[in-house]
Write a protein that binds this ligand. Structure first.
Ligand code: LMR
Length: 395
């Protein structure tokens, strides 16, 4: 029977991760998977996480189950971190999930349950796993225009035109900040137009926020989604702690269902918990516990925010350095958008062949759509990348 199982196209990002591991060159550069690396090329455990882990080891007395929705203090702290004062706590149903991906998956399942006719609209391009999960679940899906590769900016007119062709009840998948893979983000004014379109067309926003604090700051990166959640009748939000708390392998995320009508929170809460039970029963607790310890302790919170800010500013410096270096080497402004983008990623606009050349001849690993992980660079590797890019584009 097992020999009859279908084969699946490998996930591009994970495949690249494997290829990088197998490459024996010592000067190879990994700009693939979205994992933060410091100047030494390491993905450190954040200071506040280490401190919380130490404390947890001392005080934790049981590993018994917590709750289907996850620990209440984790849910409360995360709702506050993501939504701030945009909505009241009793407008939000929420469950802890295994990572942001767990929340994305549960949100699509909820959509399927409540409105099987809905089409989920996703940005072109989007994180590959969004589309993969939608297809796997058999949820109708369609791309909306998002990125203008020539200018490295959002094709906002295209986006709104496409969303205007959605039918009432359809779902619009938005990136809360730090768009993956493009790095091109909506302005405050554009978020408002998105809200107007959602309201006019009666569309349900589903916001994936996996990089809060990596773009313009913790509050700034949440401004768009807060505007949406406080303006439309219902919003789904999938948030990840993998990157901003650096707890990738602990699988720490949350799914929130926000309602303007408080009467809807009870059914939403019951159904989110039901979905957890069907899919994996209790969500993982370790990462969630560390996150809630940090978010509810003034000293840990201050230290976490300080380190997150160091990470964010470091990426901005690398962006500027890379844009400057490419401007100098190519003698054009073609790559200036890198400095204007925000978050971990930018798409360089290279062809698949050029990406293969970067990998094979220069040992530089980028995703085939030309997405690079800015945090995979350091001040020494930026000139190496810039030189290789200038070479492959032929200047
Ligand atoms: C990425 O986009 O590289 C990350 O979100 C990691 C992943 O699971 O793909």
């Amino acid at each position: 029977m097992f020999s009859d199982l279908p084969t699946h196209a490998p996930d591009k990002i994970l495949q690249l991760m494997q290829m990088f591991r197998e490459d024996t060159r010592t000067d190879k550069i990994d700009l693939g998977v979205g994992v933060y690396k410091n100047a030494e090329g390491q993905t450190p455990v954040m200071r506040a996480i280490k401190a919380a882990e130490k404390k947890l080891w001392e005080v934790e007395t049981t590993k018994s189950y917590v709750a289907l929705a996850g620990a209440p203090d984790y849910n409360d702290a995360m709702v506050k971190l993501v939504l701030g004062d945009a909505v009241a706590r009793d407008q939000v149903a929420s469950v802890a999930t295994p990572g942001g991906t767990g929340a994305v998956r549960q949100s699509f399942e909820l959509v399927k349950m409540v409105n099987p006719d809905a089409t989920v609209w996703y940005s072109n391009p989007t994180w590959g796993n969004h589309v993969s999960i939608l297809k796997y679940l058999g949820v109708a899906n369609k791309a909306y225009r998002y990125f203008d590769a020539a200018s490295g900016t959002v094709d906002f007119d295209g986006m709104i035109a496409d969303l205007n062709s959605a039918k009432p009840g359809d779902v619009v998948l938005l990136h809360g900040c730090c768009h993956n893979p493009t790095g091109a983000n909506l302005t405050a004014e554009q978020w408002q137009t998105v809200v107007d379109t959602l309201l006019a067309k009666e569309l349900l926003p589903m916001i994936d926020v996996a990089y809060q604090g990596f773009g313009d700051g913790l509050e700034e990166d949440a401004a768009g989604l807060r505007l949406v959640a406080s303006s439309v009748p219902e919003t789904l939000i999938a948030a990840s702690c993998s990157k901003n708390f650096g707890v990738y392998r602990e699988r720490t995320g949350i799914l929130m269902a926000v309602s303007a009508d408080k009467g809807k929170v009870g059914p939403a809460q019951a159904n989110l918990a039901y979905l957890n039970r069907q899919n994996y029963s209790f969500p993982p607790d370790h990462g969630a516990r560390l996150v809630s310890m940090i978010l509810t302790d003034d000293a840990l919170l201050a230290d976490w925010k300080a380190e997150l800010e160091e990470v964010r500013l470091g990426m901005l410096e690398l962006r500027q350095q890379l844009a400057d270096e490419l401007r100098r080497l190519t003698n054009t402004d073609r790559f200036d958008f890198i400095a204007r983008h925000r978050g971990m990623f930018s798409m360089l606009g290279l062809t698949e062949d050029q990406i293969v050349t970067l990998r094979e001849e220069h040992g530089i690993y980028a995703v085939s759509d030309s997405r690079i992980n800015i945090a995979g660079l350091n001040t020494k590797t930026v000139p190496i990348l810039a030189k290789a890019v200038a070479e492959v584009v032929g200047v």
